[in-house]
Design a protein around this ligand. Structure first.
Ligand code: RIB
Ligand code: CA
Length: 334
């Protein structure tokens, strides 16, 4: 049995977040401790409902799901129905959740779990960083109490996907992202035990393009009637139609599962330590991740930014792990 990494996924479940949840559920080297939900692709309450439905589809209705921040710290809410569909899961329809949401809020769950298992749990944020920013306000020692932190977010040399210079997760709440990056920078500067967050931006996540041929491999593995295959087919059809309109190819950037895969296996990416801050007031650039590649600010690196990824191995592993989960769930009551 491989060593299992305890992880908490902070999600704005949308389509690629759902693939990250399925990837984690299908990973023997992960202990899925909990999921915390935030606004982003859809409203936070819808993201939480989607997360419950996906985890129950995966046979992991036992995983605690907590509702987090429904509003930004200082700005108006914006969601992405054009990308993920009005309810966040594209064309897919799933049975209503049977379980209940956690009585704990997302930020409170993150703080409590980190305090109860100091140095053990890795938090992976796959949406706006609002929950983590609020958790940091409640527990400033979080960078030390967490065993690690990874995020899907930012565009460090790449163009943005929301404005020319901004990536969606950071764009949604620049103030939260700035607070998180600065907190980890300050903690790492005074405590060598605090590792820099692993940041997967569009630079690498847009190398992971899920194509119809990948879905075909999954279908061959688990069968077209398999509930997880049916879900993926319906959700990804919407997502691929979006990419065809906006990016000119019929496929899908699967950002979030790549962040989970790289957290579980750092050999999938090559990283460079760099100081990154977040623009919060620029008319044209609010939400931009400003990476000091040439060390002009004199500030110490605060992120390990992924600059290359083995996308082929990641995609093979995505199909293998979700395919294995689907086969294991074949014929079982949903
Ligand atoms: O920019 C991509 C990110 O924004 C992904 O996490 C996607 O789910 C959306 O939240
Ligand atoms: Ca997401």
């Amino acid at each position: 049995m491989p060593q299992r990494t305890p992880i908490i996924l902070d999600v704005d479940t949308g389509i690629d977040d759902s693939l990250a949840l399925l990837y984690a559920a299908g990973s023997e080297d992960a202990e899925l401790v909990a999921a915390t939900c935030v606004f982003g692709n859809t409203e936070a309450a819808t993201a939480a409902r989607n997360t419950q439905m996906i985890l129950e589809l995966a046979g992991r209705g036992d995983v605690e799901v907590a509702l987090g921040c429904e509003q930004l710290l200082h700005r108006p809410l914006r969601t992405a129905p054009e990308t993920h569909g009005p309810l966040g899961l594209g064309h897919a329809e799933l049975p209503a959740p049977r379980g209940s949401l956690s009585p704990r809020s997302g930020p409170d769950l993150i703080v409590a779990e980190a305090r109860s298992r100091p140095g053990e749990i890795t938090l992976i944020t796959l949406g706006p960083l609002t929950n983590l920013a609020v958790a940091l306000e409640r527990e400033p020692d979080l960078p030390r109490l967490l065993g690690g932190y990874a995020l899907m977010g930012g565009a460090y040399r790449a163009s943005g996907n929301t404005t020319p210079t901004t990536e969606w997760n950071i764009h949604c709440d620049p103030d939260a992202a700035r607070a998180v990056f600065r907190a980890w920078g300050a903690a790492a500067a005074t405590n060598p035990a605090v590792s820099r967050p692993l940041a997967l931006g569009l630079d690498v996540t847009e190398q992971g393009i899920f194509l119809p041929s990948h879905l075909e491999r999954l279908t061959v593995r688990a069968g077209a009637a398999n509930p997880i295959v049916r879900y993926m087919t319906d959700a990804l059809r919407f997502y691929m139609e979006f990419h065809e309109r906006y990016d000119g190819f019929y496929g899908a950037f699967v950002h979030d599962p790549m962040a989970v895969a790289a957290t579980l296996d750092r050999t999938l990416v090559r990283t460079e330590a760099v100081h990154v801050d977040v623009e919060t007031s620029g008319d044209l650039t609010a939400g931009m991740t400003v990476a000091d590649w040439r060390h002009l600010t004199g500030q110490a690196p605060n992120l390990d930014v992924a600059v290359e990824a083995d996308a082929s191995t990641f995609l093979d592993r995505l199909i293998d792990r979700i395919g294995g989960l689907a086969v294991a769930r074949s014929g079982m009551a949903l």
